[in-house]
Design a protein. Sequence first.
Lengths: 277, 604
Amino acid sequence: MSKSGSLYIERESLFHGLDGSIKLLMLIAWTGFAFAFMDARVFLGMILVGLGILKLSKLPAKAIWPLFAFIFVFTLFNSIFLLLITPEYGSKLAGSYTGIVTLGFYSITLETIFYCITLSLKYIAIMPITILFIFTTHPSNFASSLNRIGVPYRVAYAVNIALRYIPDVKTEVDNIINAQEARGVAFRKGDAGLATRLKNYATVMVPLLLSSFNRIEVVSNAMDLRGFGKSKRRTWYHRKNYTGMDLAFAALSFAVLAAGVAIKIMVGSVYWYPFSL
Amino acid sequence: MKSVVFEDVSFQYGNLDQPTLHHIDLVINEGEKVLITGKSGSGKSTLAHCINGLIPFTYKGEMNGRVLVNEKEPKGLSLFAMGTQVGSILQDQDCQFVGLSAGEDVAFALENDCVSAEEMHAAADRALKQVDMLQHKNQPPQSLSGGQKQKVAIAGILAMNVPILLFDEPLANLDPASGKKAMETILDIHGKTGKTIIVIEHRIEDVLEHGFDRVVVVDDGRIVFNGTPDLLLAEDILPRYGLRQPLYVEMLKLCGIKAKEEDRISILENTIKYKDQVLKRYMEDRFADQRPDNRTILKLQGVSFRYFKEDPYTIEDVSFDVKEGEMLAIVGNNGAGKSTLLKAISGIAKYQKGSIYYGDKNSENKNDDNSSSILGMNCINSWTAKQRALAIGFVMQNPNHMITKDMIYDEVAFGLRNFGVGKEETDARVKEALKICGLYEYRNWPVSSLSYGQKKRVTIASILSMGPKVIILDEPTAGQDYTSYREFMSYLDRIKDTGVGIILITHDMHLALEYADTGVVLSSGRVIAKDYIDRILADSWIIGKANLKHTSIERMGRLFGVEDLSAFIAYFTRRVTSTTDQSPDLTKLVKQSLSGEGEEVPHE
């Protein structure tokens, strides 16, 4: 995380040059497309294309891998829970029953395992574009992007304010915790039990909330005095006119989304299971 | 044209049962530079709210009389329309910085005005250039200093192109050198644009040295003075209302000099005609210089700390001693490493090099390893922050960050209870701490009923009750006006007399000068001087190197050609402090200000 608390990584690339709203549109289209399918082949293809896009974005692998690692762990746990709770769900979808592990009533089928893999691939397939949006969009561009795709600017600007003050609040929390710790309040593992520590964190909330309320009052006065909310629309310092490339990617996104929707309507959500008899 | 007119204005906030402003009559003309001053709670901020439109649009209440801003009544307009007339700079640089970069923040008002992006960028660049911040255009607020944020805020107002600029306590959160630059920026803008400048501030000396046309003093919701700075200083107005006079003026008064308005003493250079009188007094009445030589209780030796291995040290090779009953000031500009040093001493930051020794009389045999103790003190490098807390207390700048209990007694007992101290001993220690801090009578009051300065005293009591031999205070007087500042410092003096060593971390040169015995000057993480505070402040090289601000006593000493500047500074600050600190009791001060009696500086 950079000093400003945002995840943005400055690079010179095709995707850094795109407007934030286009990247948001791409994210929506890509996700929509992924949800139209339940087909491991499609997801594998999407992952390959996605990785290619990330390669083009020149983002450092060091920044990307933690997120991939996170999603791997997430899907792993997700799969374990699926196997525990609905061990035969995949068989219902595939219409065949190939038991692998059987313990009394409980049995895991090959179909379910394949279903878990497909689902995991689906989540992983969404990752590249999400990463692209998060890391290549300047934080100042988030709010204007949201506004540009139709979110009212007052709501969109709340995102900006959150990004602006999260680092400040974090510093404040650190300060408060340090001060309380010096008065013998336990926050660390080993100093006290979990329940006590949680209670202590709750105590810290009192001064934090009070100062946050005060901050909100001052921030909103400062914004009012400089005319926030004056008219029905506002312009944005960081907004540029769409370039040809922006429009091309917008068109591509719409095409992909339309294709996804069309397939969904015409074919339905097809679950691809290669091993059925 | 008249920029601001108040015609018999009274105002009462909807949630209060007393009016805050009483029958205010005031005219501010176009292009004037006016300072509005007064104690905390005098109503000066309310006056500002009436000018920028927060009253009546955000803060509701009952107003009688008439306010005119650029010949229009705010209540007939909207808050947005007021925004095109008055540009406000608020006290809190962080909260008014709403953009994610300097450029974006400057353009904020333009965005709201639907100005096109190209035009907006050009206007923002122009405004940033005016305050000399263009090179920081793309920086996020977290990497800008307080002074730089202030300049960005000023640029933001300049981009709006409003005729009246209103500054609500612009110096409150700035170190003196940045404060000086901020004032210079404000005046530079005045010189270039001729806009009306209204500054609300209680750091009077820092404003007046920049040449203001007029000063308005507000006390208890009424205007009690409205005239030139020369008249203000000549007539002893400030001490009468619990406000601080410039140091050099206090000194003139001390020497029995009665100046008149036409002597124009608001300009320091004009005091040259009193040279003989001042020097005569100084030569005749030097007082014995007592420097206490007590036992050392805290010793830092070559302490260095860096946040990341690959970074340079934030503080490097810091060494100094703190003695029993000593008040030591650590001075230095923002970014000099003051707060990092504080973290190192309190154990929050684990320093990579150096050692800290602590010696309580009763703890000499605590450490078995003799090699780690010197002069009867124990090395505390391995102590955790929690262990150190009982030896070295730390009082944060903002009391609201420390207070978590509802009742004063519980707040002061909190630390002791956490450390498992017995009930009876807790009770005794809490009561003792409350007595020293003058809060004993309030022990069963809720904390929320106290003023900011009183809360600050509660936080000191809560640290004191834990029995540390060293107390560190981070900017102890920030956010307090002169009356509560002095009162607070006199309690600290009392604590000092019990043998506790006190470390003040501050950028307030006046505070260091008047109350500290010794000083340590930090610059870029290194100690560049440690000496008696008057000698430090007499040394131009140190002041320049550490980017501190010259005090007016020192400037006057130079003007008069005094050879031993340090003795000159020491003499007058001791005299000034000792004559003004005779009535530290708040109730007394309140009574005085109510009965209208001024605190006369005695002419012995």
